[in-house]
Design a protein around this ligand. Structure first.
Ligand SMILES: [Zn+2]
Ligand SMILES: [Zn+2]
Length: 144
């Protein structure tokens, strides 16, 4: 798989997507800030590319997700987040204090990471785990 961060234009072409300035800026923003909301990506892209519209950023994120260039994660109670790390079935630690999101490698190294006690006839493709808790900084603050 093409290294997105190293050559985003090639990654776009490989995915059959037209290379545009705003698409490249979105990939660069996600490489710098994984687990960003669409609004955060838009804010980041706006710094480098003031003429990029909010809609073009949202469209790029959706196109990337559909092309499996980015992964959407949706922790309960948070806006949808986007990241470039795909296809490794990794999981997430989410801080209930500050919202920090951290990657955790898949516990067994392949999907599905977990097998349900009863699969009800489903052919399980993936299992996504969200570990909720306090990050180190929030835990220290809570203890103080
Ligand atoms: Zn925290
Ligand atoms: Zn992640």
């Amino acid at each position: 798989m093409t290294d997105l961060a190293a050559d985003p234009a090639v990654a776009l072409r490989d995915a059959g997507l037209r290379v545009t300035e705003s698409r490249l800026a979105v990939l660069t923003a996600l490489a710098a800030h994984p687990h960003s909301s669409a609004d955060a990506v838009f804010a980041e892209v706006g710094g480098a590319l003031p003429k990029a519209s909010r809609q073009s950023v949202y469209n790029a994120l959706n196109d990337f997700a559909d092309a499996a260039l980015v992964r959407r994660i949706e922790p309960a109670g948070q806006p949808m987040l986007f990241e470039l790390r795909v296809d490794d079935n990794h999981h997430h630690l989410v801080c209930t204090g500050c919202g920090l999101v951290q990657d955790v490698d898949c516990a067994v190294g392949a999907a599905p990471c977990l097998h349900p006690a009863d699969d009800h006839g489903f052919r399980i493709a993936s299992a996504e785990v969200t570990y909720w808790g306090l990050c180190g900084a929030c835990a220290a603050e809570a203890a103080a």
